[in-house]
Design a protein around this ligand. Structure first.
Ligand SMILES: Nc1ncnc2c1ncn2[C@@H]1O[C@H](COP(=O)(O)OP(=O)(O)OP(=O)(O)O)[C@@H](O)[C@H]1O
Ligand code: SF4
Ligand SMILES: [Mg+2]
Length: 339
């Protein structure tokens, strides 16, 4: 069904609890994913993109992280209420993730073919032989040359780009409904990046539902149907590809886009956003972009702006748009006794 929402992230908050501080990595994030779309999560390093993905999949819970508020509704059911065993069954089968760092995500002592086959044996009940055959098919499909030979290699025998492909094959093994790809091309050289992007372009054409995380606006321009711009653990702006690239409304998005090279070559000077990203330990309740914002007003220093609905499907967390209605979303109270 067109526009069918299959995942709703509502008021999600997830913090890292380190011995020294609480890091508010996801500090109220709301968006949805529709069937067959590619939704890009974009923002500077450290703005909470990976933490959001790890909170949706609840993998953050094994990393000193805790979800302290919100809901993650998958077909209307809150994943945050799933017992761990049910969540494990869902991950890798219906919802799969390609991690930011394939180096540390693949098991160094297991053959790559076995690592691709494992979820199929686990979740689909395939025999070893069936899973191996399907693993081989997947390796060919995502362009691993001499797949028949390489299926018995170990991860260290693969280059970075090939490891990334193995991760994608593993994620696709059980034909998931949702694929979350966390910076799948960031660590790759230009040629390999183009090849891996091709794989994702293909998946996009097949109308897979994808959450694609990147800080590269060039990649966003190629991949996204809709975009969630994050800043300092919060949502700065949400809109369609055209909305965001044609008429960015948040000063941060505008600044991000000014950092892109000018395709006409007329302006050779690359801009950068002055200042640094906000700290996520004990942040003040103001607009976290205010130290870097050219339009800062007194109210921006006093209270965090709500998200304003500036058009259907379009939201922006900035007082410059305060003539528009406030996004009500589906307010979810903070979980009791966690902070
Ligand atoms: N295991 C952890 N323990 C404590 N803090 C963490 C941990 N992992 C990430 N953080 C902090 O949480 C915040 C959000 O990090 P996150 O990894 O989500 O950023 P990101 O947007 O994915 O950045 P990048 O583009 O560099 O991958 C950062 O301040 C980061 O330092
Ligand atoms: S709320 Fe104020 S400081 Fe924040 S982005 Fe908008 S104008 Fe700038
Ligand atoms: Mg990350």
């Amino acid at each position: 069904m067109a526009d069918e929402v299959i995942l709703e992230v509502r008021d999600l908050r997830a913090y890292y609890f380190t011995p020294l501080a609480v890091v508010r990595a996801v500090d109220v994030v709301t968006f949805d994913l529709r069937r067959g779309e590619t939704l890009c999560l974009v923002g500077e390093s450290g703005c909470g993109k990976s933490a959001t993905a790890l909170a949706i999949t609840r993998l953050i819970e094994g990393l000193r992280g805790r979800i302290v508020g919100g809901e993650v509704l998958y077909h209307g059911e809150d994943l945050l209420t799933y017992p761990p065993a049910r969540m494990r069954r869902l991950l890798g089968s219906r919802i799969a993730m390609v991690f930011q760092d394939p180096q540390s995500s693949l098991n160094p002592v297991l053959k790559v073919g076995d690592q691709i086959a494992e979820p199929m044996r686990l979740h689909l009940g395939m025999t070893q032989r069936q899973a191996r055959e399907r693993a081989l098919e997947l390796m060919k499909q995502i362009g691993i040359p001499a797949a028949e030979k390489r299926i018995d290699d170990y991860p260290h025998q693969f280059s970075g780009g090939m490891k990334q492909r193995v991760m994608v094959a593993q994620a696709l093994a059980c034909n998931p409904e949702i694929l979350i790809a966390d910076e799948p091309t960031t660590a790759l050289d230009v040629t390999t990046k183009a090849q891996v992007l091709d794989i994702f372009r293909n998946l996009k054409q097949q109308r897979m539902s994808i959450i694609f995380i990147t800080h590269d606006m060039g990649v966003v321009a190629e991949m996204a149907d809709r975009i969630v711009v994050m800043y300092g653990g919060r949502v700065a702006e949400v809109g369609s590809l055209l909305d965001i690239f044609d008429k960015p409304q948040h000063p941060y998005t505008q600044a991000l886009l000014r950092c892109l090279p000018d395709p006409s070559g007329a302006n050779q000077k690359l801009e950068c956003i002055p200042g640094t990203i906000p700290g996520l330990v004990d942040p003040p309740d103001d607009c976290n972009f205010n130290p870097r914002c050219p339009y800062v007003m007194p109210m921006c220093l006093e209270k965090r702006p709500p998200e304003y609905v500036t058009a259907p499907g379009r939201r922006v967390a900035c007082y410059l748009h305060r003539e528009f209605p406030v996004f009500e979303g589906h307010p979810v109270p903070l979980m009791k006794g966690v902070v």
